[in-house]
Design a protein. Structure first.
Length: 359
């Protein structure tokens, strides 16, 4: 067989021709032949195993564009997987995401390519901690961010994402007939939600180690260096970072902002791969740093995805007793009417003096 561009076989070149333009700014021509072969091998193994790959927005572009069957945020991925006929789910993301997939698809085999892919936020709280919180605040609803383990979800009344947290908090307060709710585990998300609602918030001191590192000085430096750039921040960042930005919203909201408004220059204050993946579909926008890498997300590679499918490793299970209560908490959120567009955190209308009770 004659070799084509990059020394690829004609079959590999044909199979990856549409992928290369999306990854070319992030993969060197030297790396591409090996990656292209892996992508072809993984896509063949998926068919053989009747598997789908759920690729989170924070996966590197070779995974996101090369092998992801569903791409997006963690909840969107789990919902898509539940609808799929596939027998096997490979979670290209972190462990709590694989658990969420198992909770919503308990009949499927859920695999994660590296069991060490954790999350500082999910690790900040356990089901036992939450039981103590509930005993301290009887009668208040518990709203839990999806970035939590199954045992925490099982103690939860309703889950939320950064795209619908304000809506869920207000729904829970109304449904329970109370003026305060418990919103865990991300302190900054809780503070940013509190600025958008009159419902009182009781929060936990969990942090995302990627988003907590951004500072107002980072934003000021960006503004000085790139005065025309539009700055978008994720609500897991400190509230003063959001206040200094032009727009704040979930990963889906940020992605929509760029693809619909097509800014000439943009700074995404979030995980690095997010900007790389949006950039592939936004050729008219220039993406500028800074960004921070999530070390947990970066444990997932094309190599270990290939090994995962080859050896059917590593299976993620959730104890039977936790599946139903955890599923109920997720399902309650899914059953709420979805926002017409992923919610933005309105920095102009934000309340500036909000009382958040930190546990
Ligand atoms: S980016 Fe933050 S919240 Fe997401 S997996 Fe990494 S540590 Fe957890």
């Amino acid at each position: 067989m004659a070799d084509g561009a990059f020394g690829l076989s004609p079959a590999t070149e044909a199979a990856t021709a549409a992928i290369w333009p999306k990854v070319r700014d992030h993969v060197t021509p030297l790396e591409w032949p090996a990656q292209a072969e892996l992508i072809v091998e993984i896509n063949r193994l998926k068919r053989e195993r009747n598997a789908v790959i759920l690729a989170h927005n924070y996966m590197t572009p070779d995974i996101f564009h090369g092998v992801g069957d569903y791409v997006g945020d963690s909840l969107g991925l789990a919902k898509e997987a539940a609808k799929s006929d596939a027998k096997v789910i490979v979670q290209a993301g972190v462990h709590f995401m694989a658990e969420t997939s198992k909770i919503l698809s308990s009949d499927k085999t859920v695999l994660i390519p590296d069991l060490r892919a954790g999350c500082s936020l999910a690790a900040s709280i356990t089901g036992a901690d939450l039981r103590l919180i509930k005993a301290r605040y009887p009668g208040l609803p518990v709203v839990t961010y999806v970035n939590t383990t199954a045992d925490v979800k099982a103690e939860t009344d309703i889950c939320c994402t950064s795209a619908n947290a304000v809506q869920v908090v207000e729904w829970a307060a109304k449904e329970w007939g109370v003026d305060r709710v418990i919103l865990i585990p991300d302190e900054f998300l809780a503070r940013n939600v509190a600025a958008q609602t009159s419902v009182g918030i009781i929060a936990w001191k969990g942090r995302c180690e990627v988003h907590e590192r951004f500072t107002v000085d980072d934003i000021a430096e960006m503004r000085a260096a790139y005065p025309d750039a539009e700055i978008l921040a994720h609500p897991e960042c400190p509230e003063e970072v959001l206040a200094a930005s032009d727009f704040a919203g979930s990963t889906a909201a940020m992605s929509d902002y760029v693809t619909q408004r097509k800014p000439k220059q943009v700074v995404m204050i979030t995980e690095c791969s997010m900007a790389s993946n949006v950039a592939a579909d936004s050729p008219d926008t220039r993406f500028i740093g800074p960004c921070n890498l999530c070390p947990h997300m970066k444990r997932i590679t094309l190599e270990n995805i290939r090994d995962c499918l080859l050896n059917m490793q590593f299976e993620v299970t959730v104890p039977e007793a936790l599946i139903e209560p955890a599923r109920r908490a997720v399902q309650r959120m899914v059953d709420l009417p979805p926002p017409a567009v992923p919610a933005r955190y309105d920095m102009i209308k934000a309340r500036h003096h909000v009382d958040v009770e930190l546990i």
